[in-house]
Ligand binder design. Structure first.
Ligand code: SF4
Length: 231
């Protein structure tokens, strides 16, 4: 049995509550986290795959002011989209947005279905789950390397396995299930935001546990073999 499943229910609840409180207090810092319109969430998550959040924040606003809907983007010319989205880099990937938008139009809009979202070209499970959680209030939990890193450390006291796709990681699925059990979609969003805040600010490759809200709850931090300078 893993440390996460052995953890006392009250400890799991305290971890979930701390992360959700942090999410409410300091999360939702990018415009797409508050955008309920599914096309906007999908656009941002697609751009975020290979580009930094700060750059995406700028490109996202520029693309939306020129193409405010999937229907508008579906009719874009390559050169016009590239002119507003060039800063995101990766021309071919950026122009694939036009193809995604055309498929969305063919589907009659972004659909509240994981299967239909995954039918869209270049859309993987993280983007699909982010759209379902943030736009459609579905009880799903998007898993990426940030979530994987934080949850392994907090709930298992270990680093995640190297190069393991979060969506193929059965242990991560189990940890996330334990932590998210009984939470509704609103609380899942707060929890997800809290994990992202921790991942971005302190729980990086070299964690800064002494500055982390979770330091007294996190198994990694409370284990004796963590260097004192990091605790
Ligand atoms: S206490 Fe340390 S290892 Fe645990 S979540 Fe915070 S930064 Fe990461």
């Amino acid at each position: 049995m893993s440390p996460a499943t052995c953890m006392r229910p009250e400890d799991r609840s305290r971890i979930a509550a701390s992360l959700a409180a942090l999410g409410i207090e300091r999360g939702y810092s990018y415009p797409w986290h508050r955008a309920e319109e599914p096309f906007r969430v999908l656009l941002a998550e697609y751009l975020l795959r290979r580009t930094t959040r700060k750059v995406v924040a700028r490109v996202y606003e520029r693309v939306l002011s020129r193409y405010p809907s999937a229907a508008a983007l579906a009719t874009a010319r390559d050169e016009d989209l590239w002119a507003v989205a060039r800063e995101a880099g990766l021309r071919r990937r950026t122009l694939q947005l036009i193809e995604i938008a055309r498929q969305i139009v063919q589907q009659g809009g972004v659909q509240p279905s994981r299967e239909r979202l995954l039918d869209l070209p270049f859309v993987g499970p993280y983007i699909a789950d982010a759209v379902l959680l943030y736009s459609f209030n579905e009880r799903v939990f998007p898993l990426d390397n940030n979530v994987q890193r934080v949850l392994y450390r907090v709930m298992q006291g270990t680093h995640p396995p190297k190069s393991m796709d979060p969506y193929r990681d059965k242990a991560l699925e189990q940890i996330a299930d334990v932590l998210t059990k009984n939470l509704d979609a609103v609380r899942l969003r707060h929890l997800h935001q809290g994990i992202l805040v921790v991942a971005w600010e302190v729980c990086r490759a070299a964690p800064i546990c002494r500055a982390c809200t979770l330091r007294t709850l996190c198994l990694y931090s409370t284990q004796s073999d963590v260097p004192a300078s990091l605790r």
